[in-house]
Design a protein around this ligand. Structure first.
Ligand SMILES: [Zn+2]
Ligand SMILES: [Zn+2]
Length: 239
């Protein structure tokens, strides 16, 4: 007996999705739905939109899943669906492309110490689900949350009006401590997670090692060159 009536894709890809036929046994038909994956070869980069599964280029926008806090790779059409907040029943939000440098960022060493951040970097963003600004820093284990006494928080946020302009969930203030100067950027949240990735993949030992700091410094170089100053946006601010 034969089962030649089952559809057989050309090119032999079927062997990757089903067990090799046993001698004397008919071949199993492909499971329902596999055929469409066999029609098109996979895209060379292997990157797919995580919302619709369309192939996407290496450079692509991202969407935040507000329930899971996951950053999802997106195609342009899906990205555009969620640029307006509240779209998609508020479950997804597109990450904008705004880069600012804040020349007036103010924090004292004593305030920074209270964050207990072991690396020289941290990012702050508004989590709209819990309606709070939260602090994370990159670490070899990934993004790690830092908790700060509430009164210090109030002082730091009052001293830095750029906090108020953050778009919840998708933008962050990213601070890089260099000796006792602090560089502050308003950056998309996916850029912050890119920095987390550099640290996670390259950090070695106690101080990070040369490779990690080269990756980190390269990241901040690119950030500086992309960012325009936030100062002209608030003429007549605090003296
Ligand atoms: Zn898509
Ligand atoms: Zn991506």
């Amino acid at each position: 007996m034969t089962s030649d009536e089952s559809p057989r894709p050309a090119g032999g890809l079927g062997r990757f999705v089903r067990a090799a036929p046993q001698p004397g046994q008919p071949e199993q038909p492909l499971p329902q739905g596999f055929e469409r994956f066999l029609e098109k070869p996979p895209p060379p980069t292997g990157e797919h939109c995580e919302l619709c599964n369309e192939a996407i280029p290496e450079e692509h926008p991202h969407v935040v899943n507000l329930d899971s806090r996951a950053l999802m790779c997106s195609c342009r059409p899906c990205y555009l669906l969620f640029t307006e907040r509240g779209a998609g029943a508020g479950k997804f939000a597109s990450v904008p492309d705004r880069y600012l440098f804040d020349p007036d960022f103010t924090i004292s060493d004593a305030q920074w110490e209270q964050f207990q951040i072991p690396v020289k970097m941290a990012f702050f963003f508004v989590n709209s689900v819990i309606e709070q600004t939260v602090t994370f820093y990159p670490s070899p284990a990934g993004a790690t949350e830092s908790l700060l006494p509430a009164d210090t928080w109030v002082e730091v946020m009052a001293a830095n009006p750029l906090f108020a302009s953050l778009e919840p969930d998708v933008e962050a203030l990213l601070v890089y401590r260099r000796d006792s100067a602090y560089e502050c950027f308003l950056a998309p949240i996916d850029a912050c997670y890119e920095l987390v990735g550099h640290v996670r993949m390259n950090w070695k030992g106690f101080d990070g090692g040369q490779e990690a700091w080269e990756a980190i410094d390269g990241f901040f170089e690119r950030l500086r060159s992309r960012s325009r100053s936030a100062a002209p946006a608030r003429n007549g601010g605090a003296a």
